[in-house]
Design a protein around this ligand. Sequence first.
Ligand SMILES: Nc1nc2c(ncn2[C@@H]2O[C@H](COP(=O)(O)OP(=O)(O)O)[C@@H](O)[C@H]2O)c(=O)[nH]1
Ligand SMILES: [Mg+2]
Length: 198
Amino acid sequence: MSINLHNAEFLRSAAGKDGFIRDGLPKVAFAGRSNVGKSSTINALLNRKALARVSESPGKTAHVNYFLIDKKAYLVDLPGYGFARVSQKERERWGRMMEDYFADRAAGPNLCVLIVDSRHAPTADDRQMLDYFRQCGYKFVVAANKADGIKKSQREASLATIREALTLDEHNPVILYSAKKKEGIKPLLDAVLAAWNG
Ligand SMILES: Nc1nc2c(ncn2[C@@H]2O[C@H](COP(=O)(O)OP(=O)(O)O)[C@@H](O)[C@H]2O)c(=O)[nH]1
Ligand SMILES: [Mg+2]
């Protein structure tokens, strides 16, 4: 499938399962902590400055956001987690929405991208999110953002920490990149394109 990445539009924001899209087009979903750079990653992949709004108030975007690319495939920006200042009620709403999303095979993605912060060890929430992909049987890749924030000499240690915390095996690559500097993002783009192409 040839796909024009420049032809990208924000299609819809779903607040719950009624809003999920089940149109059979391929989808790649981005999960990660609030503020880890999900929206920035989508912008970087599409070479856009502000298509996926880079949120100023983490934790307040508890919606599933759909970006339709060339009318052929989607990037899906999932609501972030792990932001301390959200109420228990909000957390529960988040959990229900993610359960609904991943349990619904018609709505669920062809590939899940777990974005973690390369500057820090993955959190228990990151681990839980990944275990959720595993339990539900989704293909996934781990992408470690904010590589501009670590020294080149720390890269291997950062990758090893991530691999260990998430118990990744040799079939699970970790893509180290910077959405901000648009460095190292090509392997992530390749993974997205491969998932779209089935
Ligand atoms: N240093 C650095 N900052 C980044 C990078 N990617 C995103 N950010 C910043 O992290 C913050 C959160 O980004 P955003 O994309 O809104 O995260 P989201 O909540 O996961 O969607 C913003 O201030 C971004 O500018 C990166 O690669 N390096
Ligand atoms: Mg965002």
